[in-house]
Design a binder for this molecule. Structure first.
Ligand SMILES: Cc1ncc(COP(=O)(O)O)c(C=O)c1O
Length: 395
């Protein structure tokens, strides 16, 4: 036998998480994770699951009975939505305006769907007119879109109008809110969505690993009446719902500590009040926006579809974005990231999510960002950035 490996104690560095997620986690959530395990069908854990469902209905602003947390990250919720709603050969309409819209298409295809697209350039939302034309042309069974596109910092407006258009053609509407739910106004029932899912690690500020999802009764009926079984056993909702529903049958081992954490994060959300939480994100992200604009590194998206939880900041001419990102991390412990795909090198992506959406963190970021950009040769005015951010926070 070889010697036992000598691995040091786990001491993660102190970071301010202002990238596209995970976001900073409240100490109450960390403490919840450190509480004792119980069994996955222990009466106590069943109560935790009940509480989670109640709290998630509030977060999603829905009365949907079928509201729970998938055991997996946001992509597992995306797969759950599409692999259960879509039967092989059905047409699925997805957007082309970002990385995660593209992922929706890939997942729909694996579910056996015939994927068609509604087009908009990266950096812009879908227009209701384009959705209407695409729905008339393709008559999709499912229309799936991204509410907060993390790759571009674009918030999809007019969600209720898009849902109405799809419903007029009997399509089911799926919304990806992984980067937006809990940080931006979102009303599942009022806006008429059939399936909505999110992640735990972004605006909800819990650790990654569980992904909330909700299904309208109409979506549940379609899923219960499928002709074929979904290809995934693990994500097949007939089994998953026996665990989360009245039966409380074993389906898989629930991620107990992660759900404890999500429950505590959702309790924090409920204590603050969801509308106050939406306002806080706009207010704090507004200070970041004002700060970067005043220093000379404006947002790359129009105000009408600005996504407060993910700010796409233009890389000033002559600046190497990778160096700025590395220096913010090395010198200030602040995490931000660069652009994805078509926007690589053009934007910084600055998250303002959950516990990271706090005034002190916005000021810390604007100050450090201005200094580093200036030092890296950007034509920026760091002091103007700091005063604009302070001013925005004082209103
Ligand atoms: C909009 C959007 N959808 C889906 C995902 C996938 O989530 P996860 O990385 O948690 O699997 C992400 C992650 O960044 C996202 O931002």
């Amino acid at each position: 036998m070889s010697d036992p490996p000598a691995v040091g104690e786990l001491v993660p560095p102190d970071r301010t998480l202002m990238g596209p997620g995970p976001s900073d986690v409240h100490p109450r959530v960390l403490r919840a994770m450190a509480t004792p395990l119980v069994g996955y069908l222990d009466d106590y854990y069943v109560e935790v699951m009940d509480d989670l469902q109640t709290l998630l209905r509030y977060a999603f602003q829905t009365e949907n009975e079928h509201t729970f947390a998938v055991s997996g990250t946001g992509t597992a919720a995306m797969e759950t939505a599409l692999s259960n709603l879509v039967e092989p050969g059905e047409t699925v309409l997805v957007p082309t305006n970002g990385y995660f819209g593209n992922r929706l298409g890939q997942v729909a295809e694996r579910a056996g769907g015939e994927v068609v697209t509604v087009d908009a350039p990266w950096g812009e939302p879908l227009s209701p007119g384009a959705v209407e034309r695409a729905v008339e042309r393709h008559e999709p069974t499912v229309f799936a879109f991204v509410h907060g596109e993390t790759s571009t910092g674009v918030r999809q407006p007019d969600v209720d109008t898009l849902a109405d258009i799809a419903h007029d053609h009997d399509a089911y509407v799926v919304a990806d809110t992984v980067a937006s739910l809990g940080g931006n106004e979102f009303r599942t029932d009022d806006w008429g969505l059939d399936v909505v899912y999110t992640g735990s690690q972004k605006c909800l500020s819990a650790p990654p690993g569980v992904a909330p999802i909700t299904f309208s009764d109409r979506a549940v009926e379609k899923i219960r009446n499928r002709d074929t079984q979904p290809r995934s056993w693990y994500l097949d909702l007939t089994g998953v719902w026996e665990y989360w529903g009245e039966e409380r049958n074993y389906h898989h081992t629930g991620p107990i500590s992660t759900n404890y954490a999500l429950r505590e994060a959702l309790r924090l959300l409920a204590e603050e009040g969801i509308e106050n939480v939406w306002d806080r994100h706009r207010h704090v992200a507004g200070a970041i926006k004002a700060g970067v604009e005043a220093m000379g590194a404006p947002l790359a998206v129009d105000d009408d579809y600005w996504l407060p939880s993910l700010n796409a900041v233009t890389v000033p001419d002559g600046v190497d974005d990778g160096r700025v990102i590395d220096r913010l991390m090395a010198e200030y412990g602040i995490e931000i990231v660069g652009g994805l795909g078509a926007l690589d090198g053009d934007i910084f992506r600055v998250g303002c999510m959950g516990q990271s959406a706090k005034p002190a963190k916005a000021l810390q970021f604007v100050t450090a960002f201005g200094e580093v950009l200036d030092d890296e040769g950007g034509d920026v005015d760091p002091d103007a950035g700091i005063s604009a951010a302070r001013d925005a926070l004082s209103h």
